[in-house]
Design a binder for this molecule. Structure first.
Ligand SMILES: NC(=O)c1ccc[n+]([C@@H]2O[C@H](COP(=O)([O-])OP(=O)(O)OC[C@H]3O[C@@H](n4cnc5c(N)ncnc54)[C@H](OP(=O)(O)O)[C@@H]3O)[C@@H](O)[C@H]2O)c1
Length: 252
């Protein structure tokens, strides 16, 4: 049995991942932004999941969420699933929150939700407003940045396994009714990466789609850009992602 935290488990792919992992007998910590939205976790909590709360668009709440979750850890895996597709919260929710929670919550495996749309992102953070007072970058940019974060974590934290997943275009609230991919597959790769002993999944720094490794945007493995992103996030949050070296994670 693995202990797994999933951010954004009230809806869509995060809720499906939590449901599937509970079905398989795992110990799951689910997450909602506030008490009202926690109502959407009731079915998962009734099946044994533990809830944590915090709005990922609010830096102070993310810090408190990190403390809350750390007390329930260490985790075998954290699935950084929560995301928004537009608006000023794009960078806080899709990039800053995964960064802070990565630093705060001990885990053996980290899985970041990316998107095929990351390929259209620009590797340029010069104008980024990390606080989200206004929208500065696009959804594609934010998904490129969280994929770069995944690779930066793989490089810095060789004590853990860091992976990114494109879940496909699936008909959730975010994906919309026209989405062409199979909803039933949207959570499968993340749940597998969180729990499997398959050697291919234990290699850190990989980008996955439907349990197959794909080559991401070239900026993902650009070490100078990784360092630039980490430095910008450290400066904004005041939290540095300290390097930890061990034999557990294996770089690709
Ligand atoms: N659906 C797709 O086709 C697709 C394709 C590629 C990648 N993805 C990625 O997959 C992940 C899940 O997407 P989805 O389709 O399942 O989206 P969704 O149905 O809209 O669910 C998003 C989840 O994130 C949570 N969330 C958003 N903002 C939050 C905040 N400020 N604080 C706390 N929680 C917040 C939502 O909580 P509330 O319910 O309270 O809003 C919800 O639980 C995202 O990272 C997305 O970018 C999705």
């Amino acid at each position: 049995m693995a202990r797994i935290l999933i951010t954004g488990s009230t809806e869509g792919i995060g809720h499906a991942a939590a449901s599937s992992l509970l079905h398989d007998g795992h110990d799951v910590v689910v997450h909602a932004r506030n008490d009202d939205r926690a109502q959407a976790l009731r079915d998962l909590v009734a099946r044994g999941a533990s809830p944590v709360l915090g709005d990922l668009a609010d830096l102070d709440q993310v810090r408190r969420l990190g403390d809350q979750a750390a007390r329930l850890g260490p985790f075998d895996a954290v699935i950084h699933n929560a995301g928004v597709i537009d608006g000023a919260a794009l960078l806080p929710v899709n990039v800053v929150a995964p960064y802070l929670l990565t630093a705060a919550v001990p885990a053996a495996r980290l899985i970041y939700l990316s998107s095929s749309m990351h390929r259209g992102g620009e590797a340029d953070i010069a104008g980024a407003d990390w606080a989200g007072a206004s929208k500065t970058l696009s959804y594609s940019d934010s998904k490129l940045l969280v994929t770069v974060l995944m690779a930066a974590v793989a490089r810095r934290r060789t004590d853990l396994i860091s992976s990114a997943v494109d879940p496909g275009w699936v008909p959730t609230r975010m994906g919309g009714p026209s989405a062409s991919d199979d909803l039933a597959l949207g959570h499968v790769t993340q749940a597998w990466l969180a729990t499997t002993h398959d050697p291919s999944a234990l290699v850190s720094g990989r980008y996955w789609h439907h349990q197959r490794v794909q080559t991401p945007h070239p900026a993902v493995h650009d070490e100078a850009f990784q360092d630039e992103l980490l430095a910008a996030l450290a400066e904004y949050t005041g939290v540095t992602l300290a390097p930890v070296r061990s034999q557990r994670g294996v770089r690709p």
